[in-house]
Each structure stands twice: as structure tokens, then as C-alpha cells.
Ligand binder design. Structure first.
Ligand code: ADP
Ligand code: MG
Length: 251
């Protein structure tokens, strides 16, 4: 086999989008010579660096595309502050099996108890498992749905949403919906409920959902979709922020 010209290596690596190999092949070649690596070890080292770079980039992309409003990790969640919360259940959810079955998750509880924090933490865990995740506040989703409908691209919007494994719908119940908003939300959940895990956080017990949704049939339809095979977690206790404020005032 005739030897290819070394001076085309850079260009070829660029063409093939092998940025990590391009960055490292020269210094690793020096190390290989100095330390007497077999050729295969040199190759394996470079390939590993390329794979690592791609894994890192993909994770960054997954996180960016999820549009989390904040970066909140489960590891930073103080479970001791909410002893009634089923910690084991949340840690099990973080392993991601519910995503394979498109099971819904509902967090119910008063504001300030960490629902959004845990939802984002589960979202990040799903990104690390290479799942596609999207975070919305319910209000923002309904705005997007209205806009998609006005522009006659609702089917496309639903189809794109269906490519995710997890969609977080934060803060159901804070703002009441218009009739069309409630219908669009129902349509969204109905279209996705068996394809994508929907994680809903709400301050309202189920019996009060009708207050924000406005329509009994729609509410029961939505509850039906969201509670079938679902993981329901209740957040009960004292507001974390409030408690910390109290503590810092008293010290
Ligand atoms: P909710 O969504 O239930 O209203 P958040 O998740 O927004 O509550 O929590 C309010 C703030 O308090 C956030 O900054 C969150 O990180 C923090 N927080 C709440 N509970 C805890 C906890 N148990 N451990 C650590 N931080 C917490
Ligand atoms: Mg919240």
C-alpha cells in the first residue's frame, strides 16, 4: 500500500468532522513514540477522544434544546427538607424507565416546595441518558400552541413535540386558561400522551383542575390521559425559600 501524503491528513479530518482526532493526533503521536505504544493503542486513544467529544457535545445540545429556565440538579435537592416526599421514587424515576413506556409524572403541591427543581433535575437526568427533553411553562406552551394554530402549523408542531421522550409542563394552575387555550392543551396532551412522558407540575389538587380548565369533559379527559399509568408525587411541607429566609433572619 502506498503511503498517503501526511499533509492531506488535516484536510481529510476536517472533511470527516473528526475534530478531536485532528486536535490530538500530533501530540498523541509524540507520546506513542516516546512511550512505545502499539499502533492500535494510538488509534484507540484517538477514537476514544473523538467519541468522548461527541458524547459531551450531544449532551450539551440536548440540554440546550430542552430550554430549562435554570440548571437544577437532583444532587442539590435537600430531600431531608421534605420528609414526606418519596425520595426513592424520584431516584428511580431518574433512572429513566418511565420514559421508555411514555408514563406520565405529576408533581402536586404548594409553591416553593421544589417541584420545578425536581422536574428540571429529572429533565437533566434524561438528557444524560441521551433522551430528547423539552421544558415549557404551561402558559408558554399554550402561547406556542395558539401561534402554531394561527399559522396553520399545529399538526407539524405536534409532530415535532412527539419526537421528544420527555416534555415538562410546569405550573399548571397558576394562570387560568381561555377556552381555546384549554382545548389546545388538551389536544396537545391527548396527541402525545402515549408517545412521550409528560411531567406536569401543579399547585392544584385534581379536584380543582376544572377551575383553570373551565370545562368538565375536557378536564376529565385530560386527567384521564395524565393519570393513566402515571407516577404521582405529592410535595407537602413548608416553603424551602421561606424556611431559609426564616433561618437566616433568626441567626
Ligand atoms: P416550586 O416549583 O414547587 O414552586 P421551586 O422548585 O421553584 O418550587 O423551588 C423554589 C426554590 O427553592 C428553588 O430555587 C429551589 O431550587 C429551592 N428549593 C426548594 N426546595 C428545595 C430543597 N428541598 N432542596 C434544595 N432546594 C430547594
Ligand atoms: Mg415551580
Amino acid at each position: 500500500m502506498s503511503q498517503p501524503a501526511l499533509n492531506s491528513l488535516d484536510a481529510h479530518l476536517k472533511t470527516l468532522h473528526l475534530a478531536a482526532i485532528r486536535q490530538h493526533y500530533h501530540p498523541r503521536a509524540q507520546a506513542a513514540v516516546e512511550e512505545g505504544w502499539p499502533y492500535e493503542t494510538y488509534l484507540a486513544t484517538l477514537i476514544q477522544e473523538e467519541v468522548d467529544r461527541r458524547t459531551r457535545n450531544r449532551l450539551q445540545r440536548r440540554i440546550k434544546e430542552a430550554h430549562f429556565p435554570l440548571r437544577k440538579e437532583l444532587a442539590d435537592f435537600d430531600f431531608a427538607a421534605l420528609p414526606q416526599l418519596n425520595k426513592q421514587k424520584i431516584l428511580t424515576l431518574a433512572q429513566g424507565h418511565y420514559l421508555q413506556q411514555a408514563e406520565p409524572v405529576i408533581f402536586v403541591g404548594a409553591p416553593g416546595l421544589g417541584k420545578t427543581h425536581v422536574a428540571i433535575g429529572l429533565g437533566l437526568a434524561a438528557c444524560r441518558q441521551d433522551h430528547r427533553v423539552r421544558f415549557y411553562t404551561v402558559t408558554a406552551l399554550i402561547n406556542d400552541l395558539h401561534q402554531a394554530q394561527a399559522e396553520h402549523r399545529l399538526p407539524k408542531f405536534l409532530e415535532k413535540a412527539g419526537r421528544h421522550q420527555l416534555i415538562i409542563l410546569d405550573e399548571l394552575g397558576y394562570v387560568p386558561f381561555s377556552t381555546s387555550g384549554a382545548q389546545l392543551l388538551f389536544q396537545f396532551c391527548a396527541a402525545l400522551s402515549e408517545q412521550v412522558s409528560l411531567l406536569v407540575t401543579t399547585n392544584l389538587p385534581f379536584s380543582e383542575w376544572i377551575r383553570v380548565l373551565g370545562d368538565e369533559r375536557l378536564t376529565s379527559g385530560l386527567l384521564d390521559r395524565l393519570t393513566f399509568r402515571s407516577h404521582i408525587l405529592e410535595f407537602r411541607g413548608e416553603s424551602y425559600r421561606f424556611r431559609h429566609q426564616q433561618q437566616s433572619l433568626s441567626t
